[in-house]
Ligand binder design. Structure first.
Ligand code: DON
Length: 561
């Protein structure tokens, strides 16, 4: 049956001018068509248009990312980095690591003052927080899997930047709430700051960004890493305490890495290896939870949360101790995800009480000194799949806009462990494995993941959310594989998260109260958070039905070829 079924459009609203018809589509069921799920309807549409033009999933992922850099400035980027996990319809698996690197002038203690105090304001805000952007190099590295040329793939983003588009309510609110930061960290005026507050439907035109994209269109990689764009970026650095040089930019290299693969109950999970902790954490958590026959329980029940949180606690303790850039440290992945190691790690699990975090990892100290990322899931009609998570780190990254080039720079340096035991902006601690060294990649949590059944993509999934990323992807897989839930229930049900330190279990505000009460009785400290993650999920069944769901927590939207 070749009929396309487009159904279950949960809500769709339209903003009123150039790119002013913004239809947010949350859920779609189709056959024999490609789909793109991303954080913004115009970006998903840019990807779907490329599929219509004969492009494949990898063409679509490039166009969607460029479009996100325009329509979703809080996280979409050319000034940040990301990871792509791909599975081609011939079974070939690959990953592209376009994570930012530390500048050559970076040093181990660059955020620690002479009294030994870490200054995380410097690793999180302003020019010193910026790692060498990898995104554009990542897009070019993806090209060899594509069918269409870069000059065509970048065009939708140029049009969106040049002609402008209507901003959503969420973007308007965020731009307004960050105005002070934009003014504090930028000397020059930029299009993100207005005298009057932003309102839903206001048109954001980005002429400087359009010019930068045109330079990339005309000169390829050199249009970003050399010439005018690179010079503007370096002169932006010189306006403050930035240390990125022209040489740093010219020397940036992506890394193509072997995907991290493991079996989960007969499914082959394909995810990101180091320098993302995501794949390892996912393998550790699923395997440990697997020792307890999770399928016997229900989503968000007390026993489920106990098992899953205790697996999270043990995995995140390992993250802090052992994980970092594999080009700089000894890569212990195969040991860390082995049953031999994990069964031993699971030995002190008990249903009777919470395991104290001090029993599963070495706590260096617990000082309290003192987001933004986005995921895209794509499948094309030929069965090629791509999962990409890309980030500026915090919302609008370092808040620094490259004057004259019109794009935000990341604050990814904060993902390093700036000092052993000092939490980063997501509360994650680390040690020497993730310490700062020139040219090193900072440890990530991004977990773009493709699950295969009988060798074919069954699930394409990922989310933003800092350290909550691996735990959200973990919940998604358990929901589908163990609890047999549908994609909508998995994506939109309340989530929970634990990361060894702090000892708290975070739950979304609508989490079942009975489970919270039970957990508290067992010694868990539970904290309510507004929201966890923004998951984009595509499920494919054996008979070729595709079910795509964009997270209800944001402007996330599905587009069909
Ligand atoms: O790479 C990482 O793990 C972080 N920079 C991701 C940040 C993030 O997801 C923020 N989004 N909410």
């Amino acid at each position: 049956m070749k009929k396309i079924i487009v159904s279950l459009i949960l809500f769709s609203h339209t903003l009123s001018a150039q790119y002013t018809d913004i239809n947010i589509i949350k859920e779609v069921k189709v056959r024999n068509k490609g789909v793109v799920v991303s954080a913004h309807p115009l970006a998903s549409e840019a990807g779907a248009k490329v599929l219509k033009m004969g492009g494949n999933a990898y063409d679509a992922i490039i166009s969607t990312q460029y479009a996100l850099a325009v329509v979703y400035p809080q996280a979409g980027n050319i000034g940040g980095g990301g990871f792509l996990v791909g599975v081609k319809n011939n079974g070939e698996k690959f990953t592209i690591d376009y994570r930012e690197t530390a500048p050559k002038k970076a040093t181990h203690d660059m955020y620690v003052d002479k009294n030994g105090k870490a200054n995380t304001d410097l690793s999180q805000n302003g020019r010193l927080a910026v790692g060498i952007p990898g995104s554009v190099a990542g897009f070019f590295a993806t090209l060899k899997y594509c069918r269409l040329p870069m000059n065509q793939l970048i065009q939708p983003a140029i049009d969106l930047a040049e002609k402008g588009f209507a901003i959503t309510e969420q973007e308007a609110n965020l731009l307004n709430s960050h105005k002070d930061h934009f003014q504090k960290y930028n000397q020059s005026a930029n299009v993100f700051v207005k005298n009057v507050p932003w309102q839903t439907g206001d048109i954001l035109v980005q002429k400087e960004l359009a010019e930068t994209l045109k330079l990339i269109q005309k000169h390829g990689l050199k249009g970003f890493y050399e010439g005018k764009t690179a010079e503007l970026l370096v002169s932006e650095m010189k306006k403050g305490n930035g240390i990125i040089t022209l040489e740093d930019l010219k020397n940036y290299k992506v890394a193509e890495r072997k995907a991290l693969e493991f079996d989960y109950k007969g499914n082959n999970v394909v995810s990101m290896p180091l320098p993302s902790s995501g794949g390892i954490l996912l393998a550790q958590m699923l395997k440990m939870a697997g020792y307890e026959n999770l399928e016997k329980y229900q989503q968000n029940s007390t026993k489920t949360v106990q098992i899953m949180v205790e697996a999270e606690r043990r995995a995140y303790a390992d993250r802090a101790e052992y994980m970092g850039d594999p080009d700089f440290i000894q890569d212990k992945t195969s040991y860390l995800i082995s049953d031999e190691y994990l069964k031993n790690r699971w030995k002190n699990f008990s249903f009777n009480k919470a395991t104290p975090s001090s029993e599963v990892g070495k706590i260096i100290q617990q000082p309290k000194e003192s987001d933004q990322t986005t995921h895209i899931s794509v499948i094309d009609k030929d069965g090629n799949a791509a999962a990409v998570t890309t980030t500026l780190n915090g919302l609008y990254g370092s808040k620094v806009v490259v004057s004259g080039a019109g794009f935000f720079l990341n604050n990814e340096m904060d993902d390093f462990s700036v000092k052993p035991g000092v939490p980063n902006m997501f509360g994650a601690v680390g040690g020497e494995a993730n310490s700062i060294q020139p040219n090193k990649r900072m440890l990530s949590s991004m977990t773009p993941t493709i699950v295969l059944k009988n060798g074919k993509p069954y699930m394409v999934v990922g989310t933003p959310g800092g350290t909550t990323i691996p735990t959200s992807v973990y919940q998604s897989i358990v929901d589908i594989v163990d609890f047999k839930l549908n994609a909508n229930l998995s994506v939109n049900s309340p989530k929970f998260h634990h990361q060894w330190l702090p000892e708290t279990v975070a739950v979304e505000k609508n989490f079942p109260e009975t489970t919270i009460k039970d957990l508290e009785k067992l010694g868990y400290k539970v904290e309510k958070w507004n929201q966890i993650g923004r998951t984009e999920m595509i499920l494919m069944d054996d008979s070729g039905n595709i079910h795509a769901v964009a997270d209800g927590r944001g402007d996330d939207s599905v587009a069909v070829e």
